[in-house]
Design a binder for this molecule. Structure first.
Ligand SMILES: NC(=O)c1ccc[n+]([C@@H]2O[C@H](COP(=O)([O-])OP(=O)(O)OC[C@H]3O[C@@H](n4cnc5c(N)ncnc54)[C@H](OP(=O)(O)O)[C@@H]3O)[C@@H](O)[C@H]2O)c1
Length: 197
């Protein structure tokens, strides 16, 4: 069985990714507070230590990372730093360090989000982070021949809207996004941003 490292397996989307992959892949789960390994992906040293213990893998999926949710006036400069350090640099760490341990041709799938292209009130930090991540994916795919790298860009998951107390009528069930991560590791492309259509 091919080995998939899943960072963010307990989240709204990551739990569904685990569900759609678990019959056909060996899944190694990582989160900050639970899983096969506990690690904060924002901590480069911890990422190196954890991935070196896991050893070779065929895919690494990140459905993880924090950003500030709030309006422009609710944002401090520190909020931008915190989100960039967590969701952006956390996923950059997974690729930059994970490459050393990945099997040849391994597939990395990161999580960006619709706010990169479509701003809404509350989503400023996530928009900045997601746009950076998409540029990272395209840039690495352009240069790296030893790995494949793609991102899934979810819009609002129905379950997340419910958690936030929003009207979830326009939300997409998280399982639909989970299928895109599976498609990304199985399709063999690189540099793609997968969106639910
Ligand atoms: N849900 C949506 O509607 C939506 C929309 C657009 C984009 N996205 C993006 O899709 C991804 C998944 O979203 P989600 O809603 O499923 O997230 P979520 O429910 O908040 O879950 C996040 C998961 O990642 C883990 N995690 C968070 N920070 C981490 C870190 N620094 N290091 C290691 N693990 C970490 C969490 O576990 P621990 O707390 O134990 O670490 C949890 O398993 C995120 O990048 C999010 O920005 C989501």
């Amino acid at each position: 069985m091919k080995k998939v490292v899943l960072v963010g397996s307990t989240g709204v989307i990551g739990s569904k990714v685990e569900k759609v992959l678990r019959d056909n892949y060996e899944i190694v789960t990582i989160n900050r507070s639970s899983g096969d390994y506990k690690m904060d992906m924002a901590d480069a040293k911890a990422v190196d230590e954890t991935l070196s213990k896991i050893g070779g893998f065929d895919a690494l999926i990140a459905t993880s990372g924090y950003g500030k949710w709030g309006s422009l006036d609710e944002h401090s400069v520190q909020d931008f730093h915190d989100g960039l350090q967590s969701k952006l640099m956390g996923q950059v760490n997974l690729v930059m360090i994970g490459r050393k341990y990945a099997n040849p041709g391994a597939s990395f799938v990161l999580s960006s989000g619709i706010l990169a292209q479509h701003p809404i009130e509350g989503g400023l930090s996530y928009g900045v982070i997601n746009a950076g991540l998409e540029a990272f994916v395209r840039g690495v795919a352009f240069e790296a021949k030893d790995i494949k790298i793609n991102a899934v860009s979810p819009s609002f998951a129905k379950e997340t809207m419910e958690q936030m107390g929003m009207d979830s009528g326009s939300g997409i069930p998280a399982i639909e996004f989970a299928m895109l991560y599976k498609q990304a590791i199985e399709e063999g492309k690189s540099g793609e941003i997968y969106r639910f259509k």
